[in-house]
Design a binder for this molecule. Sequence first.
Ligand code: SF4
Length: 281
Amino acid sequence: MVIKRAKTQGFCFGVAITVKKAEEVVARPASNVTTLGHVVHNPQMVAELEAKGLKNAHSVDEVDSGTLFVRAHGLPTDVFEKAKAKGLTIVDATCPMVTKIHVQAEKLKADGYKIVVVGDPSHPEVKGTLSHVPGAWVVQAPSDVDALPRGSRIGVVVQSTWSGTGFTDIVKRLSEKYYEVRAVNTICTDTHNRQSEAEDLAKDVDVMVVVGGKTSANTKHLADLAASHGARSYHIEGPDELQPAWFAGVARAGLMSGASTPGWLVDQVADRMDALSRRAV
Ligand code: SF4
């Protein structure tokens, strides 16, 4: 079996920066570092960082001392304020691509546009973006546009890991309803590359394995995308989940990963796929 690996795999650059910074901060003497929510959507990486001392809390209210580590998704502005008021040291590892979304949204608002954020309102990144443009509307599907109030000038930004086609369809529907729509495609380059590689690779293989945390929306989306482009797709967190039957009679298999999956884990999956395919023949 030939294993065709996507060009873009392992950590995206934003997660790579976050993980490096987290490792540096927890290695400091007497470090007392807490992050809100897991630092990456990857159980192996989370376990590794927790073993090095990184703590995890649900809310800043639970953190009374030490350092608050801000992961790549960023945090809402009021959480930053609370952390400052509590005297916490803040290490901000918000991905520069996410900060760019905040800046673009604020700029559109200052220019008089009513802001629409395309994304999942329960996603931490979107919560952070909304805090920069209070009163913005959130849209997840073209049909959501029908329920929006009337208006004239609409400024649009999009969650960094959203699907490109989903964004285009929503902007099209907004353009049909409003007089002026100014949309900034803030889907990050890494997401764009992984999505287009998932589509291309899926057309060329029988089976696609996508490695990433089960809570990672971008990984799940890659697996769905590959399935919709013709490959039998499996979303796994690690090599132990692979099953020999998946590769029986398969000549070409694809392998890719979500943005928060370390490269070494993808290598382990590749090795195991290779071993299993030999057993399955
Ligand atoms: S997926 Fe994109 S926006 Fe999110 S952390 Fe990675 S590079 Fe940054």
